[in-house]
Design a protein around this ligand. Structure first.
Ligand SMILES: NC(=O)c1ccc[n+]([C@@H]2O[C@H](COP(=O)([O-])OP(=O)(O)OC[C@H]3O[C@@H](n4cnc5c(N)ncnc54)[C@H](O)[C@@H]3O)[C@@H](O)[C@H]2O)c1
Length: 485
């Protein structure tokens, strides 16, 4: 498992992550075949994708017979658009018959109707989008009573879908005999990095979290020594060093803060350190690696140990950004009321897990809330708060995904393709069960075998803190450049 976002190198620090492996894979629709969906569903096990079930030839539809549609997102406060003018041109160049864009669909993301027209799109009214689009590209799931039931019969919808939370929407699409793909279900394999909208949005959320924190924090993030006084750098703790967490760490470092990171997965240590942040640890040997690069649920003992660490950290740091998530589970509660109360007046917490319950017990999802002088930001729409950037990345992801379904100028759904199989929710109106995921290892009781190593790391950490302290007690004559982080 790797990580596909490369940040510019901070100073001489090694870049982490890896480059996307391949731009996109075009599967050969005529070479491949797939079993009929009914035969497929009749199988006992979803694992048996290569069994002797009945097979049917699939015939793709030439792009020249297909219209792609992009409606205005009507979900409250949604400012993103699924397709940018640049990708309109690309789809037309690839041979799609038309790209229909609803009037003002890109306005909030700063893409104007005239830019879409210049790229070759046909700008139309809302009803035409739903009536005429063979392939509908969206960001949010189609709204149940205003969009899902309106899609053209037999058409294809590609969007974030979250089918288990949006059963009514899936049923409405099924009634239209639609094909539906969920962007969030695209498997996180190397080949699919280019379609990985979850990572694109998490990267933006991590960046924006730091900006939001900085907006609510009353001091500089960077340290300075000025004629008017010495300003120590702000200290930021980032809990969870996945895509969003690493993006937050990189952003806070670039803004000059002292940054500490924590994660349950050992792989995160090097990534955190390569961004110039300190990696915090607890004295337990317990792997946080679940399957497919995701985290697993940790033992009670581990959670208690990390919470003790966070209590200590909350007394020291100015900003806490929490991003800890476990797929399919509510977010672990890691920041208690007592920890919030222990923070300094004017501190800020940004809870990126707010949508799935929050990592902080006092988070109010979607709101900014002040608890005993500490601001807790629970926004659940951070990517939409940077709409031009998030639309651009999402548009690249969805366009390349669309072009990977089939290929050679044909749109063809091949259930043998791992990415198609992983992300498909409906095929011709028939519900496809989710593809099996790697089974995470069981929750095991921790051992203290690594305790000695952790104690050693802790000593190094304390040494580093002492160094920081000394650094921020500079002699009066020190030149400004020496002290600016
Ligand atoms: N295509 C790919 O290969 C690909 C794409 C995206 C991400 N990834 C990898 O998947 C991993 C996770 O990505 P993500 O950002 O989607 O994760 P995520 O959003 O599911 O979780 C965020 C982070 O929270 C951490 N976490 C969970 N419980 C925690 C706890 N109790 N305390 C502290 N931290 C906790 C997780 O380990 C994870 O790093 C990363 O290693 C990333 O590089 C791979």
């Amino acid at each position: 498992m790797g990580f596909d976002i490369a940040f510019p190198r901070p100073r001489n620090i090694a870049i982490f992550g890896r480059l996307p492996c391949r731009s996109l894979r075009v599967s050969c629709s005529f070479r491949t075949y797939h079993r009929s969906v009914s035969a497929w569903n009749a199988r006992g096990s979803v694992n048996a994708t290569h069994t002797s079930a009945a097979k049917q030839e699939i015939t793709g539809t030439p792009y020249s017979e297909l219209s792609v549609g992009v409606p205005l997102e009507i979900y409250p406060n949604e400012h993103r658009v699924a397709l940018t003018p640049q990708n309109v041109s690309l789809l037309l160049k690839k041979g799609f018959s038309r790209v229909l864009v609803e009037k003002t669909a890109g306005l909030q993301a700063q893409f104007l109707d005239q830019q879409y027209r210049a790229a070759g799109a046909t700008v139309v009214e809302r009803k035409d989008i739903f009536e005429l689009s063979d392939i509908l590209l969206k960001v949010r799931p189609p709204v149940f009573d205003q969009e899902a039931g309106l899609v053209k019969e037999g058409s294809t919808v590609i969007s974030f879908l979250y089918p288990s939370q949006n059963k009514e929407i899936v049923e409405a699409l099924a009634a239209r005999k639609a094909n539906a793909f969920a962007m969030e279900m695209i498997p996180r394999i190397s080949r699919a990095q280019v379609f990985d909208a979850l990572s694109s949005m998490a990267n933006i959320a991590g960046y924006k979290a730091v900006l939001e924190a900085a907006n609510h924090f009353g001091r500089f993030l960077t340290g300075q020594v000025t004629a008017a006084g010495k300003i120590p750098p702000c200290k930021v703790l980032v809990i969870g060093a996945g895509v969003a967490g690493l993006s937050a760490i990189a952003t806070a470092r670039r803004m000059g803060a002292i940054v500490r990171g924590f994660d349950t997965r050992a792989a995160a240590r090097e990534q955190v350190q390569s961004l110039g942040a300190e990696f915090l640890e607890v004295p337990f040997e317990e792997s946080g690696e679940g399957g497919g690069g995701y985290a697993k649920e940790m033992s009670k003992e581990f959670i208690e140990a990390e919470m003790a660490l966070f209590m200590e950290q909350c007394k020291d740091v100015d900003i806490v950004i929490t991003t800890a998530l476990i797929p399919g589970r509510p977010a672990p509660k890691l920041i208690t009321k007592e920890m919030v109360s222990a923070m300094k007046q004017g501190s800020v917490i940004v809870d990126l897990a707010a949508e799935t319950g929050g990592n902080c017990v006092v988070t109010k999802p979607g709101e900014v809330y002040v608890h005993e002088g500490v601001t807790i930001i629970g926004f659940t729409d951070l990517p939409s708060r940077l709409p031009t950037q998030s639309s651009t990345l999402y548009s690249n992801n969805i366009t390349k995904f669309l072009l990977s379904i089939g290929g050679n100028g044909q749109f063809a759904i091949d259930l043998e393709d791992e990415v198609v199989r992983g992300s498909i929710v409906l095929h011709n109106g028939v519900r496809i069960p989710p593809a099996p995921r790697p089974v995470p290892p069981p929750v095991v009781a921790p051992s203290t075998a690594k305790a000695a190593e952790a104690v050693e790391n802790r000593a190094l950490t304390l040494g580093r803190r002492l160094q920081e302290k000394l650094l921020w007690s500079p002699p009066e004559w020190a030149p400004l450049s020496l002290w600016v982080n």
